[in-house]
Design a protein around this ligand. Structure first.
Ligand SMILES: *Cc1c(COP(=O)(O)O)cnc(C)c1O
Length: 320
């Protein structure tokens, strides 16, 4: 269901169409009237939440047809493969309410954000469960009907994914044999014991006070260090949600002018980072930083320094 054209193209004849709404991409939002500043675009945006109005209008139009939407699928707090696009505070809660008002299920894809990636991304005054919740949805007091999980479930040590749902949905698949309500979508290796053991061990560690403190500290160190990147004219936006960071490279921060993908700006910066010992990847012009939780403060500082040096090197006069 991705909006990523390149990823869908080869399967397009097999895929069904589905309605979508624009993500709240504040940095490049057509409704944001603010001039670029040296800060996360979510902080200085000037708009009237037109993105939410659009969602509301979509749902209303479908309701009017007498066929309200069945579900809303979201990546809570931040979209990954789309280019590390974070939602302004309150977006998730508000679109969830819109969907719920029509009886639609909320399907949250937390494959990237789950298991502590986004903890401490909201000020403590707004989030009551910050130290115990491991999910992005909970940062906005949203409880989804379906929750897709994978990457962080085992800390990345073994492949294991899970789809969680509510009792009500589970019960809908129960019945007499003859009713054939069974959900016939199992896999040979479902519930692999080794993967499950690794997941349980990882969860034990994630919940320890020392681990929670370490993640909070790492997140703060990154936040502080990232500020040093604003002096670079080719850094247009720095978007941090907990321990997920996207740094959008532009030709000139004053105009937000993007590089053509053929100029390989993101790739070149990541290659320069690799030469300095930091491995990461770009998504187009956005450099992604998703440090593992065992990253020390010293390493976090080093990661950002390496990014700074690499951006400086790649965009030095005449190079690009
Ligand atoms: C990585 C990722 C996926 C893919 O998950 P699989 O378990 O490999 O299918 C899906 N959604 C998001 C948000 C991801 O980051």
């Amino acid at each position: 269901m991705s909006g990523h054209v390149g990823r869908r193209k080869r399967f397009s004849s097999l895929l069904e169409d589905y309605p979508s709404v624009s993500p709240p991409y504040c940095y490049r939002c057509p409704f944001n009237r603010a001039q670029p500043e040296r800060a996360d675009a979510r902080e200085y945006r000037r708009c009237n939440w037109e993105c939410i109005d659009k969602v509301e209008q979509r749902f209303a139009a479908q309701r009017t047809k007498g066929n309200p939407y069945a579900a809303l699928i979201v990546e809570p707090l931040i979209q990954g493969a789309a280019g590390m696009i974070p939602q302004p505070q309150g977006w998730l809660n508000r679109v969830s309410q819109i969907a719920r008002a029509d009886g639609a299920h909320l399907i949250a894809d937390e494959v990237m954000t789950g298991f502590g990636r986004t903890s401490f991304s909201t000020p403590s005054t707004l989030s009551s469960r910050r130290s115990t919740s491991l999910f992005a949805c909970h940062e906005e007091q949203v409880q989804p009907d379906f929750l897709a999980l994978a990457k962080g479930l085992t800390g990345g040590y073994l492949p294991m994914a899970a789809t969680l749902t509510t009792q009500a949905v589970f019960d809908a698949f129960l019945g007499d044999y003859a009713e054939f309500k069974t959900f016939f979508h199992g896999h040979s290796y479902t519930g692999n014991q080794l993967g499950a053991a690794a997941a349980l061990a990882s969860l034990d560690i994630l919940f320890t006070p020392a681990s929670v403190r370490a993640r909070e500290k790492l997140q703060k160190t990154l936040r502080t260090e990232l500020q040093t990147l604003w002096t670079l004219p080719n850094v247009g936006d720095i978007r941090q949600v907990g321990l997920i960071v996207g740094v959008e490279l532009v030709k000139d921060w004053r105009t937000r002018k993007p590089f053509k993908l053929s100029e390989r700006a993101g790739i070149r910066v990541c290659e320069a980072m690799a030469r300095r010992g930091v491995l990461t990847r770009p998504i187009g012009n956005v450099v992604v930083l998703m440090p593992p939780y065992c990253t020390t403060e010293r390493q976090a500082t080093q990661i950002v320094s390496v990014l700074r040096e690499s951006v400086t090197e790649v965009f030095a006069m005449g190079k690009l």
